[in-house]
Every structure is written in C-alpha cells, then in structure tokens.
Design a protein around this ligand. Structure first.
Ligand SMILES: [Zn+2]
Length: 449
C-alpha cells in the first residue's frame, strides 16, 4: 500500500472526492437462536411436502369441484391446513389456522365465478402491533390456466414456495417472537392475485400494521432454461415507488430508490448471508419480472410497500405453466424431478433467517425526519423514541450505491447528526436491540422545520 506523508494525506482529504467518516457498516450480529432455527430446516421435509402437493394431480383454480379426498385444489388446501394445524398443536395456542374463503366473480379472463380458499396460519407475537408475512400460493397451472382438468404438477410454481412456508412454520412455531408472523398459502394467484388481494385488502381495512412481506414464488429450481446455474443465489424483487407517491416530490428529494420495499430488500440482502453459508440475495430493483407478477403486489397495492418477492436465480420456462409432454426430445412440465431440494432448503433458510431477524429484532423507528431547514455540511435525523430499543444507528450511502455503506451507533436518542452532507448521501436510521439485532433502515421524510 502506498503510504503518504501526513500533510499530503490531509490535502488529499480536502481536495478529493466527498469524504465520508470511516464508519464501515458493522457485521451482522449473529443471534444463536436464529442460527438454530436456520439450521433446523430440512431438505428432505421440503422435498416430501413438494411431492405431496404434486400428488394432488392439479391445483388449478377451476379444479375445485374435484374430489376433496385426493385430487384438486381443495384437496391440496385441506392438506396444507392439516399440516399447519399439526404444527400449531405444539404452540400452546399461539398459532391459529384459518381459511380465507370467498367466491371470486367471473373476470374477463375466466369462464365463471369460482370458490377460492387461502390458508392462513398466524403465530401470535409477544407485542401487539407489527405483523410479518411469509407468503406463497398453492394454486397452479398447466398450459391452460382456466381449465380445471388435466395434470398440473406445479412442483416449482409454486409447490416450492408452499413447502418453504410450511417448513418455516414448523421450525419457527415453538419460538416466542416479538412480532406476529403470518404464514400464508394463497389460492387464486395464477389468474389475478385473487387470494392475496382478498387478504391484503381485509388487513388494510382493519388497519393492520404489516411491517414486511416475504413472498415466495418459484424458488426450487437451480438450473435455468439457458443452462446457467447459480445454486448459491436467490433473487429478491422490490418495487420502486409506493402507491400514492408524488413524482414531483420523489424527483425533488431523490427518494426513487428508497421505498419501504427497497429497505426491506437491503435488510434481507444484509442478513441472509450472515446466517446461510455461501448463499447471497441478488437485489433486483424492479417490482417483478417482465410479463409476470406475484402476490407481493397485492400487499403493495393495499398500501404495504415493504413487500418483496423471492424467486430462483435462473428460471426454466419449459417447466412453468406447461402441459406435461415431450416435444422434439424435450421434456416440458413443472415436474418434481426438476426441484433441487438442497437449493430449496437454502431458499427456505434465507426466509427463516430474515423473518426471524425481523420478528425477533426491534421494530423499525417511526416518524423519521431529515431536517433540511438550513444549508449545511452534515445530516440531521430525528424520530420518535420507542420501547424495547437499546440504541439507534444512522446508516448512509452514496446516492449511486445500492446498499448501505456506513453506519454509526448514536445511542438511545431521538435525534442525531452525522458529518456527511445530506446533499451527497442518503441517510437512514434503524433500531438496535439489547442483543444487537437491527431493524430495517427507515428512509426519512425531508422537513424544513
Ligand atoms: Zn407462481
């Protein structure tokens, strides 16, 4: 390393690029309890659950009149509910299981009205207030999404996500979390995000505080249709602007990359590699893939912007929404042999790590403001003090950086200033509890008083 004389170094600091204090982002504090939950995830159980879901033959939304014993979407629903109930039996009444059942009216895409029924397991937290959702959908499609007959295995889309939610519920159910956790298996995703919309709108109507949503949809295959494989990566899609954003305001303050969805994405990308060895979250700053969507959008539309979607790193489109067949020597169909159980286990561990850190750790600060009353050379944030928070940490990054780069613990205060320019950096604040667990960062509202 080149070693400069003191005077030269000083001059370089003054005339160089905008300096930031030497406050590197600290390593994630590993909570042994969370590490144990992550370690309890079983690849064998995940594969077994996925195989069971496939064995219902089809989970098409229009297979609801099939036998309720062995085939069709309601048979699958009943099995999922029974699995949740057996998990809930060990929680001393803290976990409840409910069906969210209703009739979905005919839409321009569908031939008739159809009964829909999601399965919702709720693990009550020790504090009323924040709710953290891990979601999936259990309905599926072959090549014709409005045809209830025929074989639609749905091993990856989305048996993988349902298996992950069931396994996360199993390993997490006996732990007492601060926040309430909802393990959701939605119906009716394929034809219009019906189940998640029905649930999210009802939650909004009762003013529930859903603090984060981790949606899982297509997380079990590790080899793309283009032959590319990254078995140590999962993608997380996050939305840019929350509903109701003022484009003029966003443009003025430069908040286009700091929606609650993006802060949740950053949190997950930071936490997961600390608990899941050799596994990383690739943040995709986009609501979802082109031509497709997912249940996270229902929450965002209902005002819960802190929602992201997990999806495998490389998809194989020959194995999604396809009739099972061999054509020109190529196997089509969403078949169980294309599930990589070890990959699905790591994806599930990523959920368990992030969800546990969210629900066990401190609630994020509220009422966060950036004081912009005067021109200046630093950044001042203030927020409302909260119970059960040991201290607060200001985090900041260059405006063109994807992830938080710097952090400074400022103690248990409700206002603090860091010596970086509010013009040149994005500054947020997060809560830290007595065990060193951190909340997601909160981006401030700029105020002039
Ligand atoms: Zn799906």
């Amino acid at each position: 390393m080149l070693r400069l004389a003191g005077a030269t170094l000083c001059a370089a600091a003054i005339i160089g690029a905008a300096p930031a204090p030497n406050d590197p982002l600290p390593a994630v504090s590993i909570d042994p309890a969370i590490a144990a939950l992550v370690g309890a995830v079983s690849a064998e159980r995940l594969k077994s659950a996925d195989d069971t879901l496939v064995a219902f033959g089809t989970r098409n939304d229009f297979s609801e009149t099939s036998s309720t014993s062995t085939q069709g979407v309601f048979a699958a629903r009943d099995w999922i509910a029974a699995r949740f109930r057996s998990i809930a039996a060990a929680t001393g009444g803290r976990m409840s299981v409910a069906l969210d059942t209703y009739v979905q009216a005919k839409t321009p895409r569908t031939p008739r009205a159809v009964a829909e029924s999601s399965v919702i397991a709720t693990l009550q937290g020790s504090e009323p207030g924040s709710i953290y959702v891990m979601s999936s959908h259990f309905d599926d499609c072959h090549g014709h999404c409005t045809v209830g007959s025929g074989v639609a295995p749905g091993a990856d889309d989305n048996g993988s996500g349902v298996a992950a939610v069931l396994e996360a519920a199993r390993v997490m159910a006996t732990t007492q979390f601060r926040g309430t956790i909802v393990f959701a298996c939605f119906d009716g995703e394929e034809l219009g995000l019906w189940g998640s919309n029905h649930f999210a709108r009802a939650e909004a109507a009762r003013h529930a505080h859903i603090a984060a949503v981790l949606n899982n949809d297509i997380i079990g295959n590790s080899v793309g249709g283009d032959g590319i494989s990254e078995p140590n990566v999962i993608r997380a899609f996050s939305e840019g602007l929350p509903v109701g954003s003022s484009l003029d305001r966003v443009n003025l303050v430069g908040s286009e990359n700091d929606s609650p969805s993006r802060e949740l994405s950053r949190f997950v990308a930071e936490v997961v590699p600390a608990y899941v060895p050799d596994f990383t979250v690739r943040q995709i700053f986009r609501a979802d893939r082109f031509l497709r969507g997912g249940d996270q959008e229902s929450f965002q539309a209902a005002g819960y912007s802190a929602a992201i979607r997990f999806v495998e790193a490389h998809e194989n489109f020959a194995h999604q929404h396809q009739d099972v067949r061999v054509e020109n020597g190529m196997q089509y169909g969403d078949l169980p042999q294309y599930i990589d159980a070890a990959y699905l286990a790591r994806a599930t561990q990523a959920n368990v790590a992030a969800l546990s850190a969210l629900a066990l750790g401190p609630a994020a600060p509220v009422g966060v403001q950036l004081v912009t009353a005067h021109l200046g050379y630093d950044s001042t944030l203030r927020w409302q003090p909260a119970a059960d928070v040991a201290s607060y940490e200001l985090v900041w990054r260059a405006t063109d950086a994807a992830q938080w780069q710097y952090a400074r613990n400022v103690g248990n205060v409700s206002q603090s200033t860091v010596p970086v320019s509010k013009d040149d950096f994005i500054v947020g604040v997060r809560s830290v509890d007595a065990n060193g667990l951190r909340s997601p960062a909160v981006y401030p509202v700029a105020v002039r008083e």
